[in-house]
Design a protein. Structure first.
Ligand code: C2E
Ligand code: CA
Ligand code: CA
Length: 510
């Protein structure tokens, strides 16, 4: 209960509120991040597939040219030169063709007679060789397709320009690389012979089943965030909205969980409500006739809390019933061992409220309380404040009848401040009237109040009710009340409300 809301408590609540707002947003961002990664991965897979398709199409033309030329291998270069050139002019993507005999290139579409050693081992799977360039264009990448059968061989060369074009066009935002054997080509048309780099985001690698080359696709660092930034702004707004709602719900729930009734439920379970005892003395002899049990909240942080600060909340939430039950058990456990020092029936006053009169549970509570003491050792007096008098219903009649049968007595507390009729006093078989301390305080000060006081005393005598004067602080008040035949007195003059141990100790000295 935030009697004095402490800053650290508020700080903690603030932190929980912020967390309950931020956590869903963070979780949402993580999910969106994973979603973006998946979308990017799908995109690179598609890009790699498309690149493979394009490269295969180009290589198909070169393979066809090589197939058509292969039977000519071995023939005199002069006779077949034209056929080689025809393939170059006819075949798109075919830049040059060569004939091979016995691992030697002997005829070229460009030079005619030509001589160069060919090592079939350089070709990936015997088929493809990616080169940085050739004699004619040393800086333009080429991809050579080789077909061989026995001593016969035919080569068809694909211009790297077409390849890098595909890498650039399809993978506009993607990093796209073509790998053939140990070499690879980047979109800028350069051939590299170092290890193939791995694109940092959403890497996909696909190998052509027909030609054995590999395409690697991926995105540069930070692409996931860039993608989220461009694709998900509406989802981000939604996330922020949810974050705010969730934070607000967290805040409200916390407020509810730290509501007075929730905090009191906790305190009840922790046994923080303890009885204090204020002695009530006989008007004539001033010896102790009993005590009123006054509840205190032994709060772990706030210290001892006065009842008027929490009893209204307890009544409002209905918690006052279990709280009173706990108070009565506590009281019985404290006083029962000291019962031997009671001089005649000791009056124990317990304050009850209208909430107690809604059912018959109070009867059981009183029975349990009385059973802790030897018969006749105490008088249990239930104090019901006049300010909130109860409706006479079938249940209340039953309740008060059963209480009477048990021997429980009834006192009307704060008498004079409400407006109970004589009929009311009779209906509930009241035993005591407790004169409110405001009248006692006026003794010797205000004539009108003194008249009311005198009337109450007179009335109680006529109705044969015991009378208790509350808030007696001075000798003058005590003398006046005693002289007017008030049976019982209660107030700081005779003792303040005190904790159980202190009260038992004081009781033994009386
Ligand atoms: P109440 O039943 O009228 O209790 C008497 C109040 O007057 C007590 O205040 C007591 O400490 C105070 N008092 C006693 N003698 C003097 C005096 O000489 N001078 C002055 N100025 N005050 C004196 P406390 O303990 O703060 O209790 C306040 C009220 O809280 C009680 O008034 C009662 O209505 C309620 N209360 C206390 N304990 C319980 C409880 O267990 N259950 C219920 N339902 N209400 C309780
Ligand atoms: Ca009282
Ligand atoms: Ca009172």
């Amino acid at each position: 209960m935030p009697l004095n809301a402490k800053t650290h408590k508020r700080g903690k609540r603030m932190a929980v509120t912020v967390l309950s707002g931020v956590l869903p947003v963070l979780l949402g961002v993580v999910i969106l991040y994973m979603q973006a990664e998946r979308a990017l991965k799908q995109s690179t897979e598609l890009t790699a597939e498309e690149a493979i398709r394009q490269f295969e199409l180009m290589l198909d033309r070169n393979a066809q040219a090589a197939r058509e030329l292969l039977p000519l291998a071995g023939q005199n270069c002069k006779d077949v030169k034209l056929a080689l050139r025809e393939q170059v002019t006819r075949g798109p993507f075919v830049r040059a063709t060569n004939l091979v005999w016995d691992d030697s290139i002997y005829c070229s579409s460009l030079f005619g007679d030509y001589h160069e050693k060919l090592s079939a081992g350089d070709y990936s799977k015997g088929r493809l060789l990616l080169m940085k360039g050739n004699l004619v264009t040393p800086d333009t990448a080429i991809l050579v397709y080789r077909l061989g059968e026995g001593k016969q061989g035919a080569l068809s060369t694909l211009d790297g320009y077409h390849l890098s074009n595909v890498l650039r066009m399809i993978g506009r935002k993607t990093i796209l690389l073509l790998q053939v054997g140990p070499n690879w080509l980047s979109a800028d048309g350069k051939v590299h012979d170092v290890a193939l780099p791995v694109p940092p985001v959403a890497e996909s690698k696909l190998t052509s089943t027909r030609y054995g080359f590999t395409v690697a696709a991926g995105f540069p660092e930070g692409e996931t965030w860039r993608y989220m930034n461009s694709e998900y702004p509406p989802l981000f707004s939604l996330l922020i909205f949810f974050g705010v709602v969730s934070g607000a719900i967290g805040h409200v729930l916390q407020k509810r969980s730290s509501s007075p009734s929730h905090e009191m439920q906790r305190a009840l379970e922790a046994g923080e409500f303890v009885p204090y005892f204020q002695p009530v003395v006989h008007g004539d002899t001033k010896t102790w006739s009993g005590a009123e049990v006054l509840m205190r909240w032994n709060h772990p942080k706030e210290g001892l809390v006065r009842p008027d600060l929490f009893i209204p909340f307890a009544e409002h939430s209905g918690l006052i019933v279990p709280m009173t039950r706990s108070l009565m058990r506590h009281t019985a456990a404290l006083l029962a061992p000291a019962a031997a020092s009671f001089d005649g029936p000791f009056h124990i006053g317990i304050n009850i409220t209208a909430s107690h009169c809604k059912d018959l549970d109070l009867v059981e509570d009183c029975r349990e309380f009385l059973s802790a003491f030897a018969p006749g050792a105490i008088h249990l007096v239930l104090e019901l404040t006049e300010r909130e008098l109860i409706e006479p219903t079938a249940i209340t009649h039953q309740l008060f009848e059963q209480l009477r049968t048990l021997g429980v007595m009834i006192a009307i507390d704060d008498f004079g401040t409400g407006h109970s009729s004589l009929g009311y006093l009779r209906q509930f078989n009241v035993d005591f009237l407790k004169i409110d301390q405001s009248f006692v305080a006026m003794i010797g000060v205000d004539a009108l109040s003194r008249h009311i006081l005198d009337s109450i005393i007179e009335l109680s005598a006529k109705l044969d009710l015991g009378i208790v004067a509350e808030g007696v602080e001075t000798e003058e008040q005590s003398d006046y009340l005693a002289a007017h035949g008030v049976n019982f007195l209660q107030g700081y003059l005779f003792g303040r409300p005190m904790p159980g141990a202190e009260f038992i100790n004081a009781l033994r000295h009386h």
